[in-house]
Design a binder for this molecule. Sequence first.
Ligand SMILES: C[S@@+](CC[C@H](N)C(=O)[O-])C[C@H]1O[C@@H](n2cnc3c(N)ncnc32)[C@H](O)[C@@H]1O
Length: 256
Amino acid sequence: MSRMANIPSPGHPTVAAYLANGYDAVVGMSSRFAAAICARLLRLQTEEGLRGSIAEIGAFEGRFFIALAHALEPGEIALGIDIFEWPNPEVEQRFEANCLKHGIGPERRVTIKGDAGAMAPTDLLKHTGGAKLRLIHIDGEHSRAALARDLALASACLADGGLIVLDDMLHPGYPTLMVTVQAYLDTHPQIVPLCIIDRETIVGATKFVLCEQHWFERYQTRMLDIFKEQIWPLGADFEPHWCLVLSLDTRLADIT
Ligand SMILES: C[S@@+](CC[C@H](N)C(=O)[O-])C[C@H]1O[C@@H](n2cnc3c(N)ncnc32)[C@H](O)[C@@H]1O
């Protein structure tokens, strides 16, 4: 089976070309499936009239960042945030080189080196003239406390209609992150899960996509059509909220 089988169109020729020919060459952890879905969600936002820049906490060598940046419109930029110390300080140069090699020049991005947990919203939004962000991917430190700080930062920077994408959800290596997510949802009733992007492998793990409650139906109505080949029929039960599960494997258990 082709490695692109059942992966939805990302909605942009440049993202599609990068996913087909560049993605594997950039060291990273997010799945191609998740990159295609998140790029398509950016396209959906554009179609719905949403504009704005984006950010990734935990940009690492740029694998996922480049895919998202290719999905932006002219004038929009991608903020790549990382401490850039792991596994060695040269990771920052590799990030810059990968962005350049795969078509994301300095005019389309800003590199922000530092601890996201110590950043204020202005540390991000000063790069966008104060404009809030339409998508923020959180893939930094995987502790409960760090995720809570990253969620607070993302919430403060999120534009109306924006999306927060959380990496490594339900990952066997980080079982306690869900505790932070549930606490966040309990204290932020205006935010709901929009969909779950199922894992491709244990490295390309599951992501949650969150949105404002008043945008949920608007997104989901479009997504039911756009991602119809990837919808796992039973959905996700967030008690009492339900949302779509997008998967490369949409089978149900054979019970007969
Ligand atoms: C799993 S990697 C990210 C992979 C990347 N998003 C991808 O999809 O290929 C996690 C990154 O988070 C960064 N990180 C860890 N703690 C951080 C913090 N407090 N602030 C910013 N970045 C952090 C690490 O340096 C590392 O590069």
